[in-house]
Write a protein that binds this ligand. Sequence first.
Ligand SMILES: C[S@@+](CC[C@H](N)C(=O)[O-])C[C@H]1O[C@@H](n2cnc3c(N)ncnc32)[C@H](O)[C@@H]1O
Length: 245
Amino acid sequence: MIIETLSTFPHMYDSVMGTSIMRIAQEKGILEFRTYDLRDWTHDVHRTTDDYPFGGGQGLLMKPEPIFEAYDDIVSGENAGSAGEPYTIFLNPTGKPFDEALASQLAEKERLLFICGHYEGIDERAYSLADECISLGDYVLSSGELASMVVIDAVVRKLPGVLGDEGSAIDESFYDGLLEYPQYTRPASYRGLNVPEVLLSGNHAAIAKWRRQQAIERTARLRPDMLARANLSPEERAFLDNLLQ
Ligand SMILES: C[S@@+](CC[C@H](N)C(=O)[O-])C[C@H]1O[C@@H](n2cnc3c(N)ncnc32)[C@H](O)[C@@H]1O
């Protein structure tokens, strides 16, 4: 997969994209990651990417011209390769709420381009380039770079071969509509807190059943809104009904 970002602060990606799973995905050749500096498409000596909003108001808005010009070059330039036009994403508090299902959809694309806002946001006309607008939640961040890194991380860990153990993405929260079960590592007993006996039993069927039931119980307690979409067997549904009584 190719992931590209267009932003005024491309160095913000250095640490996150150069560390851990994101670095390994690139080293394995599964991810090709590129940043573009929006200032490279400005035409004044100060390399200006923002301006005052028409009608007045607080702060500065990102100008449309550098964004459109950069987009044209990114789409048609030498980086286009065989992956075709990028699926173009803007990060914005007014966008579609980001979740695991959307991360899975994006992981199917060959090429993603994130266009990142800063300051008070982006001139509305630039959104005509968007295939998708994504919000991380009902709060305001200072930058789209930060938001895009969250989306990129959630997408890249879904790409085949990125996680060492292929099962680990399947076991995690939200995979089948449930929160993850509680997990423990050594020591088996610490400060009077003991690991549940079943996990020490070596009985894999009993462990699998316990984990499913813990996931169901935890989801019912912490995120009951998720239960309607959870993928449960008839036996698990009966277990849940019993819990809710
Ligand atoms: C200070 S914010 C602009 C907020 C904008 N004035 C508003 O009230 O909707 C600057 C940039 O951060 C990013 N951003 C802020 N909050 C976000 C969120 N909840 N989800 C995704 N991106 C966000 C967007 O790219 C936005 O253009």
